[in-house]
Unconditional design. Sequence first.
Length: 280
Amino acid sequence: MTTATRSSYYSAGEHPHPEYELERLRAQALMFWPKELRNLRQLGLRPDMDVLDAGCGPGFITEALLESLPQGTVTGLELDEGLLAQARGRLVPEENRRLRLLQGSITEAPLPDAGFDLALARLVLQHIAEPTRALTELGRLLRPGGRLVVADADDALWGSIHPGIPGLAGVMELRRQHQSQRGGNRYVGRAVPAMMRAAGFTDITVEAVAVTSDELGMDALAGQLDVRARTALMVKEGVISEEQVARTEAEVQEFLADPASSFMLLMFLYSGVKQNGEHR
């Protein structure tokens, strides 16, 4: 989730409620993963591949990949030592020769050339100031013919809420501005295909993955609407007022209590192939 360049994601000790953020990340991984895995297999993921989880964070997807690759290997790469400690505490890589967890940047990875069949960068590019540089570095790490998959969002197409939550749009706009000021871009999704081409990838594809409360139940998605936890740093920095948070939080609770409410989230999977020969 972080790189050696500036990152908009929380640094170690920065989030006022890290336990809530970890739970949100866990729930997000679990609800999207079955459909993500189906798409990854359609893109050529095989049980014996060597896979890089670039910006692996606390390792929830790293663990899911390991379970999906019984004859393969998984390497989790994460710059933030606090998040990496979370992954190491749960996955114990020294007891599993198929797993490596490394501290390092996806823009300057401490890994040799051409070591992976597939690289996954999941919800990483929106947090970094130089995403094309990261894609070029991931190309270096792939074997010829290897595939890069970028899973990320575009806030113009983030999903839907019915009935609407009046104050949520204003909160989301402040979050976009806050992330942008920290070097991130919540609209990065639309630029990914062009950046992949610029980094030398070909055969680029795009797939949308949707999860809904109608399919999974509202409890599975409710954490993504935890306005107080997700704006805690913004309140601390004076980006948003406590009054606006409390007002929107009350609206969210009313929405969650309505049995007729429906919530959908979208993520996009962008993929490209490293061609034979030297990558840029």
